[in-house]
Write a protein that binds this ligand. Structure first.
Ligand code: NAG
Ligand code: NAG
Ligand code: NAG
Ligand code: NAG
Ligand code: NAG
Length: 568
């Protein structure tokens, strides 16, 4: 008994210390955010709110069909590169050298692990972390690294044995015609030409990346019949936002290409990436409380197959609702994508129920089943597909492609429709498309909190925390060479606090549970003086911390949720 009490005391002390640190972090982020967003109830979740910071941080990553490298393009190094600089009174001082960007498998760099040095896939993962360390900006509650330009080649050589099936290793197989591939080597990485950011005159900064998948061709000789991508950024010193101009062109050999600008989490798994990542989201946005603001100007659409995403959010959680942990057999990537190309049809329909989610939830939380033909908004859903490793699916159902991610995936694809008005999303076909440049403020958190995602029956609903927010297009197997071109600027991600004010007071933690290595007991901390931030923010952090002190195993005892009281 005595021993037990001592342990409890120690636990309290640790809790107190971690709380005080968390409180400070909370307060700093509130103050910081209030300045950045100009609103008292939102803090910015991105490191560079509105893309207004002169000292740009941007990186590029290229993925093969299952989001790996497979093979590096000759003389290009590992397909990770970055452009990050500080300003001095007269010039740009770059943090990433040409040599850093050209680092390729077999060449060591500071911090690389033995296992990664000679493995092309793992090398890229650690190169991203290394580039992140060169670009990192100290900030609260966390440092951040860069915007991420993402390229993906949709060719899949089933005979190469490179991609698993729902995370399971799969031997080569023959399935002619099912996936685009011109033959051996079709899953290659692109060339990368980097124009380091320079001060043009002394008022405008410009830089960019471009290249082609058609190795051996030279885009400077013209783009006829070859693939091409380009992202150029420019900004007037001290004025406005960076403007990112994107261009993506498909070719006969590369009919399925993707190009996005991503705000990824600064750590953990971002959408589709099963390794630790670097990025821009210093606060991982969680449904329902976040919004995204951005300006989008589409100049060329990329043809009828161009699934332009305004926007695509990606996350990862298991079918039992638990967060992902890197186990590709049970982790599931979740994507939610609003496709604004007016030529994209709704595959979900009263006669195509297998392409619809099982139900729709209205803003006032009414559930409409897809078999309710009088009320279900079929036109609002392009396509829904369920994870290939889900065990309790409601039929009919489409299962997502098992190969195009390192693990199983679930995709909810939306189309402009009046039912999305509540969230500030496009309500009519053509909105936001060519000739309709706009600044959007999308209630991404609200919308994504009311969509269906598969979960095993009887499991605790997953926390919907989104590790990446992407804008760009996926030209999905074009019949001819297509070109998409657009500019993106003013990107901000705003995270809402549940309470507006930050008030001084006390907190106290109470609960019933089983302290690690001790018997089940009741605990209550003494009131902790200090200026706490909002109760909601506190509650979250306290619960997270309590999980560090209690072994939450099922079966041997009952665990009640820890109680948190805030005395003001
Ligand atoms: C840029 O500035 C930051 C903070 O002032 C510093 O940590 C970093 O090393 C600088 N990078 C370069 C390339 O000068
Ligand atoms: C690609 O970028 C380089 C460096 O900025 C530039 O010289 C070249 O013209 C660009 N290529 C094309 C086809 O635009
Ligand atoms: C550059 O700055 C100098 C000093 O501020 C100014 O006199 C000059 O006109 C500027 N040049 C350009 C091209 O803007
Ligand atoms: C519609 O679907 C729901 C949920 O799957 C089911 O409970 C209900 O019986 C179905 N209604 C009709 C009329 O088929
Ligand atoms: C914790 O909260 C629950 C529900 O609000 C309540 O029934 C219980 O008595 C509380 N436990 C403690 C230790 O305060």
């Amino acid at each position: 008994m005595k021993k037990n009490q001592n342990q409890m005391m120690m636990m309290h002390v640790s809790l107190l210390l971690s709380h005080l640190i968390l409180l400070l972090l909370c307060i700093i982020s509130i103050i910081d955010g209030a300045f950045a967003s100009g609103k008292s109830d939102y803090v910015t979740a991105v490191g560079d709110p509105g893309m207004r910071r002169d000292e740009l941080r941007v990186a590029l990553e290229a993925w093969n069909f299952c989001n790996e490298v497979g093979e590096e393009a000759p003389n290009m190094g590992s397909p990770r590169a970055a452009d990050c600089f500080n300003l001095t009174s007269t010039s740009l001082k770059h943090g990433v050298s040409k040599k850093d960007n050209l680092l390729g498998v077999g060449t060591p760099f500071p911090g690389i692990s033995q296992g990664a040095l000679n493995n092309v896939d793992l090398y890229a993962v650690e190169k991203e972390l290394y580039l992140g360390s060169l670009c990192q900006v100290q900030d609260s509650p966390k440092p951040w690294q860069f915007w991420m330009i993402m390229l993906k080649n949709g060719n899949f050589d089933t005979m190469a044995g490179l991609c698993p099936s729902n995370g399971k290793k799969t031997p080569p197989f023959s399935d002619p015609g099912r996936f685009p591939c011109f033959g051996k080597g079709c899953m290659n990485q692109p060339t990368v030409v980097h124009q380091t950011t320079l001060l043009d005159g002394n008022t405008t900064m410009r830089g960019g990346f471009n290249g082609t998948y058609d190795l051996g061709s030279n885009p400077s000789d013209g783009l006829d019949s070859i693939s091409f991508y380009e992202v150029e950024w420019k900004k007037k010193l001290g004025v406005g936002s960076w403007e990112f101009r994107h261009m993506l062109k498909t070719s006969k050999k590369y009919p399925w290409l993707m190009l996005y600008l991503r705000a990824d989490a600064t750590q953990g798994y971002s959408g589709g990436y099963h390794y630790d990542t670097r990025g821009m989201l210093k606060i991982p946005p969680e449904s329902p409380n976040f919004k995204v603001r951005l300006t989008l100007d589409i100049k060329q659409g990329g043809g009828p197959k161009s699934q332009f995403y305004l926007i695509d959010i990606g996350s990862c959680w298991k079918n039992n609702g638990k967060p992902c942990d890197g186990d590709v057999l049970t982790d599931v990537t979740r994507y939610t994508e609003m496709i604004i190309n007016p030529e994209t049809p709704a595959w979900c329909s009263p006669t195509g129920l297998g392409n619809c989610p099982p139900y729709h939830i209205t803003p006032n939380d009414r559930k409409i089943y897809r078999n309710d033909t009088a009320n279900f908004p079929y036109g609002a859903y392009h396509y829904y597909c369920a994870p290939g490793n889900a065990e309790h699916l409601e039929k009919p159902v489409s299962v997502c492609d098992p190969y195009s991610n390192p693990q199983a995936q679930e995709i909810v694809q939306l189309l402009p429709h009046p039912i999305w008005a509540e969230y500030g999303y496009p309500t009519k076909k053509g909105q936001g498309w060519i000739g309709d440049a706009r600044t959007w403020e999308l209630d991404v958190g609200g919308l994504s909190s009311r969509l269906h995602y598969y979960q095993d029956p009887g499991t605790t609903p997953a926390r919907r925390i989104w590790g990446s927010i992407d804008v760009g297009t996926e030209i999905f197997v074009s019949d001819k060479d297509e070109v998409a071109e657009w500019t993106l600027s003013d990107f901000d991600g705003l995270d809402r606090l549940n309470e507006e004010k930050c008030v001084p007071g006390f907190i106290r933690v109470m609960g019933v549970g089983k302290p690690k290595q001790a018997r089940k007991g009741r605990f209550a901390s003494p009131p902790i003086p200090g200026p706490p931030c909002t109760p909601a923010c506190l509650q979250l952090e306290v619960i997270v911390n309590i999980h560090q002190f209690f072994s939450i195993s099922q079966g041997d005892h009952q665990i009640l949720p820890p109680n948190v009281s805030v005395f003001l």
